[in-house]
Design a protein around this ligand. Structure first.
Ligand SMILES: NC(=O)c1ccc[n+]([C@@H]2O[C@H](COP(=O)([O-])OP(=O)(O)OC[C@H]3O[C@@H](n4cnc5c(N)ncnc54)[C@H](OP(=O)(O)O)[C@@H]3O)[C@@H](O)[C@H]2O)c1
Length: 343
């Protein structure tokens, strides 16, 4: 049996300790991935720094990490779609469900078969690792019926008079939201800092606005004239700086009055008929048809260069010892970058 090593958090608010971890075989519907790269997400440093977080009760010792890229080395008895030797990326949900063996920051991670997405040879592990959590967050917010409920990506998608407002297009989640919504045929109107407009356009946005402009809301409302707005995705989750202006845009535009946001709003922030809902990735578990359809699209779109692993990875080191450095680095903030550790 292989020997496993993990970046453990032994008790609340402690720094990472790299040490042995049990090797857990795959359950019937699971695969074991030998990780070659892992990405750091804001939730990781927040859980380490601010525990307890009400929506994420965790048990110690625990292992953080949602994003992995590597090679399948074992499959469970009921697994048919994935096979040993396949290069995949996966969203690991271990710390959310109290299963350290299903977290990302270790040599071997377990994940449900449905969460593992094959990657083509031209996508290296470092690049692939930037995608899983951001794509699953984009998928939940855009396509679940009780979120924005948009049409799924399709080769012949064309809804040119329908527009989606995306605040924070250069964030990790924003890059995936732009790509998926645009593949589903919607006109994507994006707020990002000016230096990242080119990136947003390269991912499929049709209009970019500088969120630093004092009249940015008016600019967007004006540009949306004649369009039917299908809602807004706040890919930052700041009540004052991002959620409120998204709400104002929808109040003053024709179409759906719903903002999907990534962080829990402070109480009921519905205003002038515009509702707000926090992205609930777990909702994809009760809607496997959406999960399977979007993950199949991801595999195909990656193979055909229609889904780009963005933002680009910033590889900060090799080995689990770099996970703590990565957590500290992300806490300082990034602009259109994803911190990645290779293993
Ligand atoms: N609910 C969920 O399921 C879920 C899932 C994933 C993430 N999250 C949360 O969602 C947030 C985003 O995560 P992430 O990984 O995508 O973040 P990230 O990539 O680390 O975010 C950095 C980006 O945020 C942009 N940004 C910062 N302030 C902005 C503003 N006022 N307007 C527009 N853009 C702004 C920056 O853009 P510029 O450089 O262009 O200024 C930068 O590129 C985090 O708080 C995370 O914890 C929640």
């Amino acid at each position: 049996m292989p020997t496993n090593t993990a970046a453990w958090i032994l008790s609340s608010r402690e720094q990472v300790t790299v040490k042995d971890a049990p090797y857990t075989p795959a359950g019937p519907d699971e695969v074991v991935i030998e990780n070659s790269a892992v990405a750091i997400n804001p939730l990781d440093w927040k859980l380490q720094s601010f525990d307890p977080i009400p929506t994420f009760p965790v048990k110690y010792p625990m292992i953080l990490g949602s994003d992995v890229a590597g090679t399948i080395i074992e499959v469970g008895n009921n697994v048919h779609a994935r096979k040993v030797g396949e290069r995949v990326i996966a969203h690991c949900v271990g710390f959310a469900v109290g299963r350290p063996e299903a977290s990302g920051y270790q040599k071997f991670s377990i994940t449900p078969e449905a969460y593992a997405v094959p990657i083509p040879d031209h996508v290296n592990f470092e690049a692939g690792a930037v995608l899983p959590l951001s794509c699953d967050s984009a998928m939940a917010g855009l396509f679940l019926e009780d979120h924005l409920g948009l049409k799924l990506p399709a080769a012949d998608a064309n809804r040119k008079d329908e527009a989606l407002v995306v605040w924070g297009g250069s964030s990790s989640v924003g890059c995936s939201v732009i790509q998926m919504a645009s593949a589903a045929g919607y006109d994507v109107f994006v707020m990002a800092s000016k230096r990242n407009h080119e990136l947003c356009s390269s991912l499929g946005s049709v209009r970019n606005f500088d969120y630093a402009d004092s009249d940015v809301v008016d600019q967007v409302v004006e540009a949306l004239q004649g369009k039917t707005v299908v809602g807004a995705y706040d890919c930052v989750g700041d009540h004052e700086k991002t959620l409120k202006p998204c709400t104002e845009i929808l109040v003053n535009s024709a179409g759906k009055k719903l903002v999907v946001t990534l962080l829990e709003p402070p109480g009921d922030v519905s205003a002038n008929g515009v509702r707000t809902i926090r992205t609930n990735i777990r909702g994809t578990l009760s809607n496997p048809e959406v999960l399977i359809a979007v993950h199949s699209w991801m595999a195909e779109a990656l193979a055909q260069n229609r889904l780009q692993p963005k933002p680009d990875p910033t590889v900060i080191g090799h080995g689990l010892e770099y996970v703590q450095i990565g957590l500290d680095r992300l806490k300082e903030g990034v602009s259109a970058a994803k911190i990645v550790v290779t293993l």
